[in-house]
Design a protein around this ligand. Structure first.
Ligand SMILES: *Cc1c(COP(=O)(O)O)cnc(C)c1O
Length: 368
């Protein structure tokens, strides 16, 4: 019997950095600098530099990052914010938590990313921002969105796309402002919850610093109602060591995706994910589409393959957001895809032998 193949294996990643991270954490414990401090400032500077923007503001998690990016733009009650129907629920939660109404739009059938055409149809006088999501590690077509919605600020949800590039530009540098998550399973993951907002805009960065720190630029001077959502030293230490490996890990993901592509090209009934022209996709997830998906998933899991669904229910059909759309049939592409998508194991340390095991199990699961 083969060993199981998990969907992700974070232990191999951590093993590469564990000693260095441990040593730095011990030192941080000795100096008792837990919130903010030199490690946090250093990571913020290094990540801003990596993305190619002036500012990175560390926050407590990725959902907060999206919410604060919207708040910093001035998004408020009575505003509408356009989001794709196919995303993790956090994108829409953040819009609601900022007080605004999420306006869902359908996705493109090939990329499963937000469709610029659908964005253009959803614009109203109340549209205050658009949140394209670089889902699965592939960059959304931010340029086309900016073209159909001139003057409407774009807030990237870059939680699944750290290091993705198009024509040399890095994920997190395309919008007026971008939000990312360093949840441990993301391409750049912390040792707990963490996130960040990146922007080139000085005023926006100033607003973000204040919002995330009790509405205060100066200690005990509170200019507005704020929040407590900050990056801590332990997370910054883990992130600094992993950031140095991010490009190599993303390159490993790309090789794995290419190998899946070769191995699965001849397999009938499997629709493979594609890469955009000029894009360096970072394959946060490797999502194929298959018929009889639920049966295939069940058989794969029974064979020890950690396949999963991202995401089984489009956001507009989840209970908290049901009132934001007209139920089933609202977004046919996202709804159809939700019944066909299947995420196969994907992480930098996945071996060719494990991939063969996945492909063999998939071929067997597809045979009726
Ligand atoms: C993970 C994720 C988030 C939220 O990040 P958390 O750190 O879990 O709050 C937001 N959007 C997308 C697309 C994500 O994948």
């Amino acid at each position: 019997m083969n060993q199981p193949v998990p969907l992700v294996d974070l232990r191999a990643q951590m093993a590469e950095v564990k000693d260095a991270v441990g040593a730095d954490i011990l030192q941080a414990l000795e100096t008792a600098g837990f919130i903010g401090g030199p490690q946090v400032s250093a990571f913020e500077a290094e990540y801003a530099d990596y993305v190619g923007v002036k500012h990175c503001v560390g926050v407590g998690n990725g959902t907060d990052a999206v919410e604060f990016a919207l708040r910093a733009l001035g998004v408020d009650r009575d505003d509408e914010v356009i989001v794709p129907a196919n995303t993790f629920i956090a994108t829409a939660e953040a819009v609601r938590r900022a007080g605004a109404t999420p306006v869902f739009v359908d996705v493109d059938d090939e990329s499963l990313l937000v469709s610029p055409l659908e964005v253009s149809k959803a614009l109203t006088r109340r549209t205050k921002a658009i949140v394209p999501v670089h889902l699965y590690g592939r960059l959304a077509d931010v340029e086309a969105i900016a073209h159909v919605a001139p003057g409407i600020p774009v807030v990237e949800d870059a939680a699944q796309s750290q290091g993705a590039r198009r024509d040399g530009r890095v994920s997190g540098s395309f919008g007026r402002v971008a939000a990312t998550s360093f949840y441990p399973g993301k391409n750049l993951g912390a040792a707990g919850d963490a996130g960040a907002v990146t922007t080139d805009d000085d005023e926006m960065a100033r607003r973000l610093r204040s919002l995330t720190n009790h509405g205060s630029a100066k200690k005990y001077v509170h200019d507005e109602l704020g929040f407590n959502s900050r990056l801590d030293a332990v997370q910054a230490i883990a992130l600094r060591h992993k950031l140095r490996r991010l490009d190599a890990w993303n390159a490993a993901r790309r090789s794995i995706a290419e190998r899946y592509h070769e191995m699965l090209s001849g397999v009938e009934d499997v629709r493979l994910p594609e890469t955009g022209v000029g894009d360096a996709h970072v394959w946060h997830l490797y999502v194929v589409r298959v018929p009889h998906r639920d049966t295939v998933l069940e058989r794969l899991n029974a064979a020890g393959i950690g396949a999963a669904l991202h995401y089984p229910v489009p956001v507009h059909l989840t209970a908290p957001f049901a009132a934001c759309a007209d139920g089933p049939g609202s977004f046919p592409v996202a709804e159809q895809a939700a019944g066909e998508i299947l995420s196969l194991p994907m992480y930098p340390h996945l071996t060719p032998a494990q991939q063969e095991q996945v492909v063999d199990a998939l071929v067997a699961a597809l045979a009726s």
